[in-house]
Design a protein around this ligand. Structure first.
Ligand code: ARG
Length: 271
């Protein structure tokens, strides 16, 4: 038989006492979860969409990243956000195993609502045409006979598929919007269709290259971004009120001024 020393018995007794004492204290403070590690929610993004989300060395930066920080602080939740790329982020948020949510200028659409839950809208956007100065493209309808680049599986892709027709080889789909922009830059296509903030940023950042952005409110309607969750996520309930508070705060306007410039039109967002 193994001999258990008196010292060991006393030590384990003391440990049991200390542990149960802790429990009692936490219960008294009403903090029943204190013994459990704090949950760190994992967000996925696609850091190739400046100024909304972009990589600065190995760090994600941009409007969405600052906005998420404000929302998570308001909600009192721990989180991390990683650059996954667009297709992988859509897939992994759907599965809800490795990632709890996606934030990536994701437009809330009826299509996507079949697969994801979304927060309330936090950003108003629209698709926009990017082309080169001197081009005869004036509206989305003019894109019909042209070569157009889009990021695949985006609302821009869907809209252009509608205009140019399914299976049209002149509609080129890229894995990232950065690659679509490169294709225009190297004259592989006549235009890119992407979200307004991204097109404006690209025109601004490439002054010598004579890019122009064209807004077509008839063909491209307003879209609203939401944070995407796997169906039934507890996060929706936790984040919606926090988003509302941030939308009503000066913080939202500051983040907007920093990344987009000027003042946001809050009429539809605060309705
Ligand atoms: N708003 C568009 C959509 O939801 C494009 C979003 C692309 N986002 C990105 N980070 N690449 O389809």
């Amino acid at each position: 038989m193994r001999k258990v020393g008196l010292g060991a018995i006393i030590a384990s007794l003391a440990l049991v006492l200390v542990l149960s004492g802790c429990g009692a204290k936490n219960k008294a403070a009403g903090n029943k979860d204190a013994a459990e590690p704090v949950k760190v929610y994992r967000f996925a993004s696609d850091g190739t969409y400046p100024p909304m989300e972009n990589m600065d060395k190995d760090k994600l930066v941009g409007f969405d990243i600052d906005f998420l920080a404000a929302v998570m602080e308001e909600a009192g939740l721990e989180y991390e956000v990683k650059n996954l790329g667009w297709d992988a982020l859509l897939e992994s948020v759907k599965q809800g195993k490795e990632y709890d949510a996606g934030i990536s200028s994701i437009t809330i659409s009826d299509d996507r609502k079949k697969t994801y839950d979304f927060t309330i809208p936090y950003f108003e956007s629209t698709n926009m045409i990017l082309t080169k100065e001197g081009s005869d493209i004036k509206s989305a309808a003019d894109l019909k006979g042209k070569k157009v680049a889009v990021q695949g599986a985006t609302t821009g892709d869907k809209l252009m598929t509608g205009i140019m027709g399914e299976g049209n080889k002149n509609l080129k789909r890229f894995e990232s919007n950065a690659l679509a922009l490169l294709e225009l830059s190297s004259n592989g296509v006549d235009a890119v269709v992407a979200d307004i903030a991204i097109v404006n940023e690209y025109v601004k950042n490439n002054p010598g290259k004579k890019f122009v952005g064209i807004l077509d409110r008839t063909n491209f309607e307003s879209e609203y971004y939401g944070i995407a969750f796997p169906k039934g996520s507890e996060l929706k309930e936790l984040l919606d009120p926090a988003i509302k508070t941030v939308l009503e705060s000066d913080t939202y306007k500051e983040i907007y001024a920093k990344w987009i410039g000027g003042e946001p039109d809050m009429t539809t967002l605060l309705k």
